[in-house]
Design a protein around this ligand. Structure first.
Ligand code: SF4
Length: 375
């Protein structure tokens, strides 16, 4: 009953009142942190876009015809991996985002390619790649869809952090006509179990909402509360992303009224009220372009992974803003844009959250930065 009342209060809260509450939450931080907004300089390795689901809003999976003649990726080629790694190093990236469709090796064509390259399954390929990235002093952050606790465990040792969006646990999205009608694995139970398992394993974790996909305001708030509950239990949610759906040509989902940036940022503000200063609140800057000031006012304190050279594969029409541009906007609003690693600072020394070989890579990265500064 109390939760319902809270949700009603949150729905009717004015933007002015929301800003006041957010400002007061920020004052609980040390002064030097109140005006800092972080980002991670990253690049994406899109490993395979074969996916066992078909979410109505997804442009990425192999069933969607790509306008720009881009080919489906059965399994990213070795020379492409090497090229991306070298470019990432040149740009000074510290994070490599490993993404794919869910369980791509359920497809024979992917399985055959794995066999040809002497991998027993897709997980083994991801593990091999994570190790290769660590050898290059790049920190892997893997988000390849649902995994079992055993699979998560085997990736923990070689990933700085991992992620899975909860998106929305609204059950009606799986009904006929809903965006998850043809996504059998996207059940609230599966998503919640995955995030809870990551918590049990002490994996620094990124999750969040995808909004504007047919859910209601109440669903968003109850999902934020669910994430908060998981975090209170396991202490592993380092950031919560509020990602707005954007229209794309060729996908089945076409809402009559796409979610506005204002509503997206109000949701981010509510996330800040719920998470206070415990977890970062992130909006992807390429999806809220020209609303950066409003995002800062709504308590957004992270712009996530920003790539100097790879696409946002989920929203390919929305290119990443330049880091200089974000820096300027932050400065003109009295904020400092600060680079972070894919594992948030407070998790590096949090007991059992950061494996030794990840710490070693972080040290190498820090030393590189230092030697560059001193040269
Ligand atoms: S959103 Fe993810 S799970 Fe859904 S179809 Fe796309 S790649 Fe697959």
């Amino acid at each position: 009953m109390k939760v319902t009342q809270n949700i009603e209060e949150l729905e009717s809260i004015s933007i002015k009142k929301l800003k006041e509450k957010i400002d007061s939450i920020k004052t609980e931080l040390p002064k030097e942190e109140q005006k800092v907004i972080t980002f991670s300089k990253n690049f994406t390795l899109s490993l395979s876009n074969y996916c066992q689901n078909q979410c109505g809003y997804c442009f990425y999976n192999q069933r969607i015809h790509k306008e720009n003649n881009e080919q489906n990726v059965v399994l990213i080629k070795e020379d492409k991996i090497n090229e991306l790694i070298q470019t990432g190093i040149r740009y000074g990236c510290t994070e490599a985002l490993l993404m794919s469709g869910e369980a791509p090796d359920n497809y024979e064509v992917v399985q055959k390619e794995l066999e040809k390259r002497k991998y027993s399954d897709f997980l083994q390929f991801v593990k091999h790649l994570s190790e290769k990235l660590l050898d290059e002093n790049l920190l892997p952050h893997t988000n390849i869809g649902l995994l079992t606790i055993g699979q998560l465990k085997s990736l923990k040792e070689i990933n700085a952090s991992m992620g899975l969006m909860i998106e929305s646990t609204c059950e009606s999205l799986s009904n006929p006509g809903g965006v998850h009608e043809y996504s059998p694995s996207k059940t609230p139970e599966n998503r919640t179990r995955h995030i809870a398992n990551a918590g049990k394993l002490k994996i620094p974790f990124t999750t969040g909402l995808l909004i504007g996909i047919g859910e209601k305001f109440q669903d968003r708030v109850s999902d934020l509360l669910l994430i908060k509950e998981l975090h209170q239990k396991y202490g592993h949610i380092q950031e919560v992303i509020i990602q707005n759906f954007t229209n794309k040509i060729g996908i089945p989902y076409r809402p009559k009224k796409p979610i506005s940036i204002e509503e997206t940022l109000k949701t981010a503000g509510i996330a800040r009220l719920i998470f206070r200063n415990e977890s970062a609140v992130q909006v992807p800057p390429n999806l809220i372009l020209n609303y950066e000031k409003e995002a800062l006012e709504m308590g957004v304190n992270d712009f996530g992974g920003v790539s100097p050279f790879t696409l946002d594969y989920i929203n390919p029409d929305h290119s990443w803003p330049k880091i200089d541009f974000l820096e300027k906007i932050c400065k003109s609003n009295g904020y400092e844009l600060r680079e972070r690693l894919p594992i948030y600072e407070k998790y590096i020394n949090k007991k059992d959250f950061c494996p030794e070989n990840i710490k070693k890579t972080i040290n190498n990265i820090n030393q590189n930065v230092r030697s560059k500064k001193n040269s």
